[in-house]
Design a protein around this ligand. Structure first.
Ligand SMILES: C[S@@+](CC[C@H](N)C(=O)[O-])C[C@H]1O[C@@H](n2cnc3c(N)ncnc32)[C@H](O)[C@@H]1O
Length: 198
């Protein structure tokens, strides 16, 4: 699979990936990681977990992917075509403020995303998903209806989802991702957090 550090991309094979993960009992996958800030903060806060930030767009990843944390890796891939190397490795998935085709796939229950994710997961894996009003409005949904639709799709795919939890401007401001900060100071600082387990 294609990984990135700064502006350089490298191919990482399964053997090397497994060797890097060997001493970590938990691996988090941050889907649609953007500039990778959340993945970086997560890896720094939890040195006992391995963190993989994945995004289809490489340009935003140049800064945080320079970080030399042993438990952090950035991957360039589409969420609908997750690398086979991730198969059965992931114990926790985060998706923060998705837009574009990632949000679209959550809204339609796209099997390319949901089945791909299932293949990447370990038994009993958990998920945290944060959805914002502006992105859902652009996709033609109200925040509440969009969240409910995604919750239903995840439940159909076998996830046991908890009730939604609102995030206000303050919660967004303190959340460690670049997009959360933008939203906190933007026109529509509303988001909803979903969590669940597989
Ligand atoms: C609004 S940004 C959020 C970035 C980051 N999670 C944050 O909180 O700062 C949404 C990200 O989803 C990524 N994305 C959208 N569709 C994707 C897909 N199909 N596969 C992978 N990444 C995708 C975009 O490239 C973008 O970086």
């Amino acid at each position: 699979m294609e990984t990135i550090r700064g502006k350089m991309s490298h191919t990482l094979d399964l053997t090397t990936l497994r060797a890097r993960l060997a001493n970590y009992p938990c691996a988090t996958l941050d889907l649609g990681t953007g500039d990778g800030k959340f993945a970086f903060c997560h890896a720094e806060s939890f040195p006992g977990r391995f963190v993989i930030g994945l995004d289809s767009c490489r340009e935003n990843l140049h800064e945080f992917s320079r970080a030399k944390l042993p438990n952090l890796l950035y991957v360039i891939a589409s969420a609908q075509a997750l690398p086979n190397e991730l198969g059965g490795l992931i114990s926790h998935v985060t998706i923060n403020f998705p837009w574009g085709s990632l949000l679209g796939s959550l809204l339609t229950g796209d099997p390319l995303l949901l089945r791909g994710l299932e293949s990447a997961l370990r038994l009993g894996a958990t998920m945290e998903l944060r959805l914002n009003g502006g992105a859902l409005a652009e996709a033609g949904w109200s925040l509440e209806d969009g969240v409910e639709q995604i919750r239903r799709n995840l439940a159909r795919a076998g996830w046991r989802m908890n009730p939604p939890v609102p995030m206000d401007a303050r919660a967004l401001h303190t959340f460690p991702s670049t997009w959360a900060k933008r939203l906190a100071f933007g026109r529509d600082p509303r988001a909803i957090q979903l969590s669940g387990c597989s």
